[in-house]
Write a protein that binds this ligand. Structure first.
Ligand code: ADP
Ligand code: 5GP
Length: 200
């Protein structure tokens, strides 16, 4: 059986990654979201074990020491990471796994899994990015300024991703990401056994 795809989606806070990933998960039956572990506090509306697995900073550090993380990063003073065992198990079962993670984590993944597909979601403009953050109403004005400032570093690293997609019209953006996933599934290197079967 072919190993599943590892699809990494990043982009600045407020660009719409979460919204795009939620739409993808509704549409793609064979796509599974990896639930990250974090040391940040749980927010209203979030569910432990669904939105994130919440833990303490000390426990998170222990998980890093025990080599249980596929990647991890510190974002706004909190630890975030992808549990290795779950992702490897799902991929081994041929499932396509979606990671919605920050740039630092995505670049770690590219090193350990060069086959991973890295997709960067861009906002249509900086004004629209700010508007979306304000409209979402989750962060204070100061935190919004911090996130806009962090976006500049993230754009610099977007050049290292395999694909960039602008999230202007949501439907178009989701369709573009679906097309990328579809094309990746048909790559020759992932389907060599189809040719072999006919030749042998
Ligand atoms: P992220 O996960 O990147 O931080 P969210 O998915 O939370 O971003 O989206 C930020 C805000 O922008 C939300 O209020 C969301 O409804 C809105 N949004 C997402 N995509 C679009 C879009 N294409 N056009 C307009 N608003 C959008
Ligand atoms: P939030 O606190 O808003 O849920 O997430 C903050 C940032 O952490 C977002 O950019 C999100 O993509 C990133 N993030 C979430 N989970 C992970 C993870 O497992 N690893 C890494 N590196 N970043 C993550």
């Amino acid at each position: 059986m072919n190993s599943g795809l590892l699809i990494v989606v990043s982009g600045p806070s407020g660009t719409g990654k979460g919204t795009v990933c939620a739409e993808l998960l509704k549409k793609e039956d064979d796509l599974f979201l990896s639930v990250s572990t974090t040391s940040r506090g749980i927010r209203a509306g979030e569910i432990d074990g669904v939105t994130y697995n919440y833990t303490t900073a000390d426990n998170f550090k222990k998980m890093i020491e025990d080599n249980l993380m596929l990647e991890w990063a510190v974002y706004s003073g909190n630890y975030y990471g992808t549990p290795k065992a779950t992702v490897e198990k799902m991929m081994g079962e041929g499932k396509n796994v979606l990671l919605e993670i920050d740039v630092q984590g995505a670049l770690q993944i590219k090193k350990s899994y060069p086959e991973a597909v890295l997709i960067f979601i861009l906002p249509p403009s900086m004004q629209e990015l700010r508007r979306r953050l304000v409209e979402r109403g989750r962060e204070t004005e100061e935190q919004i300024d911090e996130r806009i400032f962090a976006a500049a570093f993230e754009f610099e690293n977007a050049k290292r991703y395999d694909y960039v997609v602008v999230n202007d019209d949501l439907d178009k953006c989701v369709k573009a990401v679906e097309s990328i996933i579809c094309a990746e599934k048909y790559k020759t290197k992932r389907n060599i056994e189809l040719i072999k079967k006919l030749v042998d």
